[in-house]
Design a protein around this ligand. Sequence first.
Ligand code: AP5
Length: 231
Amino acid sequence: MGCISLALFCKIFEENKMKIIMLGAPGAGKGTQAKQIAGKYNIPHISTGDIFRANLKNGTELGKKAKVYMDKGELVPDELTCDLVMDRIKDEDCKNGFVLDGFPRTIPQAEALTAALEKIGQKMDYAIDVDVPDENIVNRMGGRRACVGCGATYHIVSIPPKKEGICDVCGAELILREDDKPETVQNRLKVYHDQTQPLIDYYKNQGILHTVDGTVPMESVFGAIVTLLGQ
Ligand code: AP5
């Protein structure tokens, strides 16, 4: 392959990469959409919330430390979060892209991610903000049920399980997450507005921000995302 065509090949390869960040308030539907994106584009779904919950379930030190913050609706400190994600995105299965769900959540986390990618000559490709007003969020969180076994999520009205309280996927129990109780949700929303919403401008300035309306049915949200990803 000549120099020009090799350069073109590299460009096409780079263009096909899908390094995606899901932004949005707690309960906006980031996880719901991230799972579908991961399935359609065959890239890993990396959810820091799921990683912390798995650690908690397995009784690790990280899980115990994270629980203290999560139960109050506060953010786990950046020093416990950043290295975890930086190590994960170096894995072989991330070479064609990945979808980050719940990370970054603060400007220092975003800067750490930008710096880590710059070191290897890369950058994020899309930051997708799933936009849902606060008033819709509290209802959604109260109705969400999460599987203690596989982490699948349901909603008692919009996506009920076939059998009440039981996961369709693995048959384990469905629970209301500790941090989905109304008083904790209010604090999570406050933390979101104070610490995470500034990322919208951060990624707008990088020219990769896209906003989708997260109040419409989840299939329509996914349709809008597929349209913007363009494949
Ligand atoms: P995390 O698990 O990331 O929670 P979150 O960001 O608050 O997001 P959620 O998982 O609650 O909501 P979601 O947007 O994924 O919505 P979902 O798709 O489930 O983090 C938990 C905690 O971990 C944090 O509070 C923090 O303490 C810690 N943490 C995690 N990452 C961290 C980081 N980077 N730094 C520091 N700390 C960190 O949908 C919600 C519900 O709505 C579901 O029931 C769903 O079925 C329903 N739904 C979804 N879409 C629609 C729709 N279009 N219409 C109707 N219903 C819908």
